[in-house]
Design a protein. Sequence first.
Length: 242
Amino acid sequence: MRRLRRITHDRATPHPIRRRKQFMLDNKPKMPTQGPAGLSGEVADEVHPFLKSLSENIVTIIVVVVVFLAGLGGYLIYKDYQETNQEEAANEMGEILLLTEGELRRDALEGFLDRAPSSMEQSILFELIRVSLDLEEYDAALGYWDRIEVEGSTEKVLAMGRARTLSLAGRHDEALALLDELRLSVPESFDLSLMRLYASIAETSGDLETAKATYEEMLAMSQADVAYVKFKIARLAEEIGG
């Protein structure tokens, strides 16, 4: 048989397969890497100015927060106090109206007015006016009218109420003068009510001619009770002619 000759390689010369493997390892593409130190360095560079600013202004920030919380707490306490005070005042007002009348009610309301919340002052004054009129204390009622402060159309209504009180106090000329002034500025929707009051006060004062002329003027108003107005005109005409 023919003997195969063994092929041998010089130990100093690398095997071809090993050479290829080494070549691939040596020429393997290297991926860009960023170690933890590099990443933390960049983040630190960005965060550092913020931390520095925060540390420099920390006292101011704390003061602002404390002041805000103190203000908020104070407001909440004040609001709670106001609501509680309002509820207690409303309960006291209800007890006065329920348990008193006449002079006792007037005195109780007078004492309550001095310590009641400002938001209730108008309601108390109106009730004092009503009680004073019931007691025929007209000067006192006029004093309460003077303490009521309103604006707009409500002011016109209050002026009419004050005129009625002046008339009840026997001060008819002042009442009619107030209504004359009011007629210059009152909205048209108030005309009929104002004219009716004017005629009534004029008649009460004994000025029948003025009362009759006022009722005749009312006939032209669309909302007037024509039958009643004609009755008043006829009756006044009889008294004047009689």
